[in-house]
Design a protein around this ligand. Structure first.
Ligand SMILES: [Zn+2]
Ligand SMILES: [Zn+2]
Length: 95
């Protein structure tokens, strides 16, 4: 069976908040929070690209969460070999 990367595959199907030549931002299907995904398959984009992608995610998350605080989560638990990051709402007791 051919192994298909979920994030590479999602490139064609997910509804986007944002899309450019570097990355896309969409709602994560499993977490239901905004997620930025690098358009190349790999775990280590160069630092400038990472910075740009995190900034995009931050911009979208501000629109999505409004006044609700959130944090950028760069831990890649389920798909460790393809760069992505989530914006997750921050529980109010952590303020
Ligand atoms: Zn997710
Ligand atoms: Zn991939």
């Amino acid at each position: 069976m051919e192994v298909v990367c979920q994030l590479c595959q999602a490139d064609a199907i997910t509804t986007r908040y944002f899309d450019d030549e570097l990355c896309w931002v969409a709602e994560c299907e499993s977490c239901s929070v905004p997620m930025v995904v690098w358009k190349k398959h790999g775990a280590f984009p160069d630092p400038a690209a990472v910075e740009q992608m995190v900034q995009r995610l931050d911009e979208i998350a501000r629109l999505v969460f409004g006044e609700r605080p959130f944090r950028i989560d760069r831990v890649m638990r389920q798909i460790p070999d393809h760069f992505h990051a989530h914006a997750r709402p921050r529980p109010t007791w952590l303020q």
